[in-house]
Design a protein around this ligand. Structure first.
Ligand code: CDP
Ligand code: MG
Length: 666
């Protein structure tokens, strides 16, 4: 196994490692590019770099339990390998080929592409499953794309994943938390099912460490840039020749929407270079039709400018991109187990990501990457690789998932990268206080098992189950569905006043959760009208999804033997149910605070109500929040006013231990 490509050395043009332990294949990227976009799908397939490796790939899969495939983004790994496997008979006899992705949008987009290439209807021979959306047909579907999280859930019903003959864990270099857990579990499954085939594929993975992991060898275990990115686009337009699409990497939906608007405005001022621009945003949560625009060939005489999160870094391939603008930042999750605060923060990307971004330019002809940071910064300060998500996340969801799969010794679990013990302890503590784990750290029955079965954050799941006791399931599943959306409001740049007025029509004194009930009621009364949503600055697609998720949650509750009950106007019942899930996120307004500063009860962290909340500037004395976002300060999103007595009622152990005299000061 000494033939590995080492980072920093020239990668061999192609390389195949085939020994008794495993197979590793490096795909060299040399697609023929002439006439791209104007040829038949079949000819496009044959031009992809992986096509030349078809036999090698099938040979390795036939002969090895695990095959690792490393190839650049766009070389055809995701769309082609599952088809090769199907053509070679791996989906015969009712067996399935699975291909996992860390991102939902990628699952939808690649499955649609593969169905198109195979000339079949999506949901038949080729299907996909993401949370709350199953587009497969059992008995007919042969190739199934799914998120790594959904595959983990499937293990609850079928621990050995017996219906799959081959599982391709794609984008493994992203080291998402679910991918890492999945890899640990698949290794266990392989011992029980030697016939199962695994393919681990990625763009930049450290093949050696992955190979060691699977073969039991010796194991060792910016905002400034965001602001300047939009102005780089006109600069490219004025200096460079007028061909080729532009891909700009920013960090999140907000700055992307702002940049789209800015470039469009700029286009009006500088008709000469900016006319003919088609400026499109790209982030997860984009509607189907907006996604289609991104992948559709650029109309003649037009030039596409796609402004994207790091989703376009490796998960999706856009042909025709010649220029890349890299802000040097992405949104990343960071969890601090000491303060128990998990944040999505804008943070510098790694060198590996920077190289990936640059590699998106010039797939069809020589391209350029504009990096909005200095070479010195790249050389001296950027870290080489990103930290695996496992090591910077709250582990509550992961722990419960492993427990439900019967993995009791979680600290002893064979992780590809060990999580920090403090995060593990914190997760166990939260699950214990939620009543999900008992004193021996085993799942409680029925609560623990039911919480594990609901495909939502354990705190939301606990809230839903408590609603059964408080007889308000009807309302709570609506709230749970809304909370699982990014936002149900339409971002309202430039019309803030109208937007605030619209929001006031629904605002409830209790806070955002009850406000969402009012929105939902209005939406249903309007006959689920898109016009009504438009008028009220509400995202119609999000609301349709809410109705859908609500329906699925209601089915799940029926399965638990719980019927839907409404608390009518008694919001106290429903607020108690919410507290039963979210007591750990409680805060108290600082008595002398002039600026609305709260402190969290558990760790005395300073936090503020987010301006998007209906309680912004209202500042009730006691609140609980659903999540925190951090910019200049920690802001609470989705906030509800509470009575502090409910906290001790919901979680006596938790509050006694943390703060023996909680009720004394008031
Ligand atoms: O997985 P990998 O990055 O190696 O490549 P892929 O996703 O299989 O993409 C291979 C090719 O399929 C791309 O170059 C695109 O031309 C095409 N493709 C597409 O047109 N639409 C999609 N939704 C996905 C891929
Ligand atoms: Mg791919």
């Amino acid at each position: 196994m000494s033939k590995f490509w080492k980072p920093g050395t020239e990668r061999p043009r192609s390389s195949l490692i085939d020994d008794e332990e495993g197979g590793v294949l490096f795909v060299s990227a040399s697609a023929s590019s002439s006439g791209f976009g104007y040829s038949t799908l079949e000819r496009q397939r044959q031009r992809l770099p992986v096509f030349k490796y078809r036999t090698a790939i099938l040979y390795l899969v036939e002969n090895h339990a695990t095959t690792i495939i490393v190839g650049e983004t766009g070389s055809g790994k995701t769309t082609q390998i599952p088809q090769f496997l199907k053509e070679a008979g791996w989906a015969e006899g009712g067996r399935n080929i699975a291909c996992t992705q860390p991102r939902r949008l990628a699952v939808q987009s690649v499955s649609a592409r593969v169905a198109e290439e195979m000339g079949v209807k999506l949901g038949e021979e080729v299907g996909y499953t993401i949370r709350f959306e199953d587009v497969t047909n059992s008995g007919v579907t042969m190739i199934k794309f799914l998120t790594d999280g959904v595959l983990l859930r499937e293990m609850m019903d079928d621990p050995l994943l017996t219906k799959y003959s081959v599982i391709m864990v794609d984008e493994a270099h992203e080291r998402s938390i679910s991918t890492d857990i999945l890899l640990g579990l698949l290794k266990k499954i392989q011992r029980r099912r030697p016939e199962l085939r695994l393919i681990i594929s990625s763009a930049t993975i450290e093949a050696r460490s992955m190979s060691n992991f699977f073969h039991d060898r010796k194991r060792n275990q910016g905002d400034a840039a965001n602001d300047s990115a939009p102005s780089t686009v006109p600069a490219i337009l004025s200096v460079e020749e007028p061909v080729g699409d532009i891909l700009v990497f920013l960090t999140g939906q907000d700055d992307i929407d702002a940049a789209v608007q800015l470039i469009n405005e700029n286009a009006l001022d500088h008709r000469s270079h900016s006319s003919g621009l088609l400026v499109l945003p790209l982030y997860s949560g984009l509607s189907r039709s907006d996604q289609d625009l991104i992948f559709a060939p650029t109309p003649k005489g037009k030039r596409k400018v796609v402004i994207s999160t790091n989703i376009a870094e490796t998960s999706l391939t856009l042909d025709g991109v010649v220029y890349v603008v890299d802000s040097g930042f992405s949104k990343q999750r960071f969890y601090n187990p000491i303060t128990d605060i998990e944040n999505l923060v804008v943070a510098p990307i790694s060198k590996a990501s920077a190289r990936q971004r640059a590699g998106r330019a010039g797939r069809v002809r020589p391209g350029k990457c504009f990096r909005l940071y200095t070479e010195e910064y790249f050389m001296k300060e950027m870290s080489a690789e990103a930290i695996p998500e496992m090591q910077r996340s709250n582990l509550v969801g992961s722990v419960i998932q492993l427990k439900s799969l019967g993995i009791d010794n979680i600290l002893g679990f064979d992780w590809p990268a060990s999580p920090p013990p403090e995060s593990m302890v914190r997760a166990l503590e939260v699950l214990y206080s939620l009543g999900v784990l008992d004193e021996d750290a085993k799942l409680t029955s029925p609560t623990g098992f039911q919480v594990a079965e609901i495909p939502l954050d354990p705190m939301i799941s606990k809230m839903i189950l408590s609603a059964n006791t408080y007889e308000c399931t009807e309302e709570i599943i609506t709230i749970a569905a809304v909370l699982s959306m990014q936002s149900i409001w339409v971002s309202a740049r430039g019309v803030q006043k109208e937007f605030d007025e619209a929001k006031l029509r629904f605002a409830a004194a209790e806070g955002d959760h009850v406000t969402y009930l009012n929105v939902y009621k209005g939406f249903i009364q309007s006959g689920k009208s898109s016009q009504w949503c438009y008028k009220n600055y509400i995202n119609y697609h999000a609301m349709k999804k809410v109705v859908d998720i609500r329906e699925q949650l209601s089915k799940l509750l029926k399965r638990f033997g719980m019927s839907l009950k409404s608390c009518e106007r008694d919001t106290q019942k429903l607020r108690k149910a919410i507290v039963a899930g979210f007591f750990a996120n409680s805060c108290h307004l600082e008595a002398y605070s002039q600026n609305g500063m709260y402190k969290t009860i558990r760790h005395s962290q300073e936090v503020f109500i987010h301006p998007s909340s209906v309680l912004f500037r209202v500042n009730p004395k006691w609140v609980i929040y659903h999540s925190l976002v951090s910019t200049d300060k920690h802001y609470m999103r989705n906030v509800m006013a509470i009575d502090p007595d409910w906290l001790t009622e919901a979680a006596p152990h938790f509050y006694q231990r943390k703060r023996p005299n909680l009720s004394a000061p008031f």
